[in-house]
Design a binder for this molecule. Structure first.
Ligand SMILES: Nc1nc2c(ncn2[C@@H]2O[C@H](COP(=O)(O)OP(=O)(O)OP(=O)(O)O)[C@@H](O)[C@H]2O)c(=O)[nH]1
Ligand SMILES: [Mg+2]
Length: 453
């Protein structure tokens, strides 16, 4: 295993009060001793003041603070030094350069965390959670990442793994004594245990689509007739005047996309060109783009103009529109300040909004979060959810094996052969946690990490 000393800036370069540099690997303390004076690794985990100097020229670089974390009690599991220097562009870079001259190699992206995984300090799910926490653009994502970093998902997988092994133990007698008619364990008990573990895996798989949305943002496409007030609503949800608004129908020609956090959940909002038959070539192209977005949407916000004549709210046109959309649709009646919405329930259920008075906007935000992330809201912050395609495919593999186990039992396959499916399911969970992780999986997981993490 590669454990040569590596060094990197863990904070972003730029104007700041402080910068943090990490140095890790075998011989890290010797490297540090060449560039930090005076250098004492003892007592460990204690911050001491040091002069940073260039090892060959002796030029002063900075006055800094250093703390030593002897392995295995460190982030990476190796000997590790954390050096807080002054911030800015020059000083941290010069300090890193001094440590390179002293014998360390510049770290690759995610290399510290990768070593933490290889040394058993973090499992693969925690490493992913580390990246998610850093990248989190919404409070919901940050909470999720923290939960996963805290082994929320890992613990659930440990439990599932144990249940699978217990299930295997239940049929152990049949494996050892294949010719006996009746084992000590009633078949119903095996079925019960099978169903319990299968349901738990299936529930986890069910969280995947919304879990992945949490990382990427739910694609929310705002659609409707020209002049319905789509761009106005887009701006209101965004909180800035991003899209052009005019009283001229057909103002928006191109799709405008922006990131927004609604009720703590991440969304990618898309304003689109109003849908209508048009002779204008540019507008037609815009409408084509709208349709592409609609096909990819997680959620569609369908705007109908309150103030417009009945032609604008033509149920036939609405149905025609809906027949082209597979995503969930939220209906809004716009411009509610102009014409108060009719009292009583509407079909379909509709939120009345006005960007002039702000009426209905809070309700709309809540509704959007509910529709896009309802399952996550329902499971709360305590239950684990899965957030990556990697998680989903491993769990689906485990589920398929568990079901194959049940099918094999049902068709009279001998117990030992049926048990191989349980073993394969355990293997899928092990891959997910990263018990034995091949290099290429690690490469993929760490590809998106920043340097110094
Ligand atoms: N009174 C009132 N006027 C609104 C409201 N929302 C939008 N409008 C007006 O309606 C007109 C059209 O608004 P836009 O947001 O440009 O409508 P759009 O659906 O994006 O239109 P296109 O891009 O042409 O498809 C503008 O004159 C807006 O000022 C509202 O809540 N109340
Ligand atoms: Mg518009």
């Amino acid at each position: 295993m590669l454990s040569d000393p590596i060094v990197a800036l863990a904070t972003p370069p730029g104007r700041s009060a402080l910068a943090l540099i990490r140095l890790s690997g075998r011989g890290a303390f010797d490297v540090a001793a060449r560039a930090l004076h005076p250098f004492h690794p003892d007592p460990p985990r204690t911050v001491r003041r040091v002069h940073v100097v260039h090892p060959t020229t002796g030029a002063a670089v900075d006055d800094a603070l250093a703390a030593c974390f002897p392995g295995p009690r460190s982030y990476t599991g190796e000997d590790l030094v954390e050096l807080s220097t002054h911030g800015g562009l020059l000083v941290p870079a010069a300090a890193v350069a001094a440590l390179v001259v002293a014998g360390a190699r510049p770290a690759r992206p995610g290399e510290f965390t990768r070593r933490a995984v290889l040394n058993g300090k973090l499992d693969l799910l925690q490493a992913e959670a580390t990246a998610d926490l850093i990248d989190a653009g919404s409070s919901a994502q940050a909470r999720r990442a923290l939960h996963q970093l805290d082994r929320g998902l890992s613990t659930r997988l440990d439990e599932l793994r144990r249940e699978l092994l217990e299930l295997e133990a239940l049929i152990a007698y049949e494996i050892d004594f294949p010719d006996e008619d009746e084992g000590p364990v009633a078949p119903e008990r095996v079925v019960r245990a099978w169903r319990a573990v299968r349901d738990r895996i299936a529930r986890l798989v069910d969280t995947a689509s919304e879990g992945e949305r949490l990382r990427e943002g739910a694609l929310l496409v705002i659609a409707g007739r020209p002049n319905a007030g789509k761009s106005s609503l887009f701006n209101a949800l965004l909180g800035t005047e991003r899209a052009i608004v005019t009283e001229v129908p057909g103002t928006t020609r191109d799709a405008v996309e922006a990131h927004a956090v609604l009720e703590g959940f991440p969304f990618r909002l898309v304003d689109t060109a109003g849908l209508r038959d048009s002779d204008d070539r540019i507008e037609r192209l815009g409408i084509e783009v709208s349709r592409k977005y609609l096909a990819a949407a997680d959620l569609v916000l369908f705007c109908e103009d309150q103030g417009a004549g009945s032609g604008e709210r033509d149920p036939h046109r609405r149905e025609q529109f809906l027949s082209q959309v597979t995503a969930a649709v939220v209906f809004v009646h716009t411009k509610s300040d102009l014409e108060p919405p009719s009292v009583g329930p509407t079909v379909p259920p509709t939120v009345a909004v006005s960007v002039v008075t702000g009426q209905g906007l809070a309700d709309l935000r809540r509704k959007l979060a509910e529709v896009a992330f309802g399952r996550l809201l329902a499971v709360g912050d305590v239950e684990p959810v899965v957030t990556r395609a990697r998680h989903r495919s491993a769990l689906e593999r485990a589920l398929a094996e568990v079901d194959a186990f049940h099918a094999a039992r049902g068709s009279g396959v001998d117990a030992a052969a049926a048990a191989t499916h349980l073993r394969a399911a355990v293997g899928a969970l092990d891959d997910l946690i990263g018990v034995v992780t091949p290099e290429d999986v690690l490469d993929r997981v760490f590809a998106s990490f920043c340097v110094g993490k």
